[in-house]
Design a protein around this ligand. Structure first.
Ligand code: ADP
Length: 173
């Protein structure tokens, strides 16, 4: 099972996978960070399709095509904004991973790449978010056989080191 999870350092827009996950905002109309990078790489048709969807609540996920991206699909999920940790942030972030993976199964994606949802502009502490990302993915893959690989794309060495450290913790217990 742990062979189905890969941690790399890189740019999610370059990943040759069936689906990439976007850390979007509720409007789905683009923004900064990874969201902006995905929209730039996919081209204007992505925004057009997102506009038709009309938004997405925090913790849920919506699927679009990938347009000019190497990935066929984009799964847009909306992470929680960190407000100190007592405002359901953990559960909402867990829902992002659960619902994104569920969406990936529904569209038949065998390979899926995730960014570190909520840990940029939304301020979620990186270690805490990483633990949720890896724990929820492990739980999901234990029950699902259709997804062959989940790639965590770390933007920078700090995220890469954190993911590797937490991976060892999550898979040693
Ligand atoms: P959020 O609003 O959910 O916090 P951000 O886009 O601000 O979303 O940040 C989420 C994570 O995505 C951060 O860890 C950031 O470093 C990372 N990131 C930014 N650009 C890219 C990219 N091109 N590929 C992968 N990860 C990225």
């Amino acid at each position: 099972m742990k062979e189905r999870i890969e941690i790399i350092e890189g740019d999610i827009t370059k990943q040759q996978v069936d689906a990439i996950v976007n850390a979007a905002n509720q409007s789905l109309l683009g923004g900064g960070g990874v969201d902006g990078a995905i929209h730039r790489a996919a081209g204007p048709e992505l925004l057009e399709e997102c506009r038709k969807i009309g938004g997405c609540p925090t913790g849920e996920a919506r699927v679009t095509k990938g347009y000019k991206l190497p990935a066929k699909w984009v799964i847009h999920t909306v992470g929680p904004i960190w407000r100190g940790g007592n405002n359901n942030e953990d559960q909402l972030l867990a829902s992002c991973y659960q619902n994104s993976l569920k969406a990936a199964v529904e569209i038949g994606a065998k390979t899926v790449a995730f960014p570190s949802i909520s840990t940029g502009a939304y301020g979620f502490p990186l270690e805490r978010a990483t633990k949720i990302a890896l724990t929820e993915t492990k739980k999901f893959l234990e029950k699902d056989q259709s997804i062959e690989k989940v790639v965590f794309v770390c933007f920078g060495t700090q995220a890469f080191d954190t993911y590797n450290k937490i991976f060892d913790q999550v898979f040693s217990s």
